[in-house]
Design a protein around this ligand. Structure first.
Ligand code: HEC
Length: 113
């Protein structure tokens, strides 16, 4: 009985997984990567956003999150794994998750939200 229940649960998971496409999974990860969503700073399309600005004497300092749609995979991965970012938080993502995010930003977005 227990074995039956277990296999039913596993089948259930298998089915649930097939209901979401690779593109949907990639978007989900971009917006909820176990931490603050990338889109909050880099924008829904990854093209970057202005996070704020302030006056320093008579200069205006603009704080921005950069466009991350045109980077090499090495640079992309290096930045996510780096602990030397000044503003960006550290993430603990697997290689596969980083690849999915890279896929999302380079060709996964069919509809912009
Ligand atoms: C709190 C705002 C914030 C969040 C959230 C954030 N970033 Fe960033 N990101 C930045 C800023 C600002 C920089 C520029 C480096 C710095 O000052 O930290 C940056 C830099 C980067 C770079 C390097 C860009 C380059 O030109 O080398 C990549 C890649 C990147 N972010 C990807 C991501 C991904 C993927 C996520 C989600 C897992 C994410 N970021 C979440 C603010 C953010």
């Amino acid at each position: 009985m227990r074995a039956l229940l277990l296999s039913l649960t596993l089948v259930g998971w298998g089915l649930a997984e097939s209901f979401i496409t690779k593109d949907e999974y990639a978007q989900m990860l971009y917006q909820n990567p176990r931490g603050i969503g990338c889109h909050k700073c880099h924008g829904v399309d990854g093209k970057g956003l202005e996070l704020g600005r302030y006056r320093d004497g008579n200069r205006t300092i603009v704080i921005k999150a950069p466009d991350i749609t045109g980077l090499s995979f090495e640079r992309f991965k290096g930045a996510i794994r780096s602990n030397k970012n000044r503003l960006m938080p550290s993430y603990f993502l697997t290689d596969k998750e980083i690849k999915t995010l890279y896929y999302y930003l380079t060709h996964g977005q069919k509809e912009k939200r």
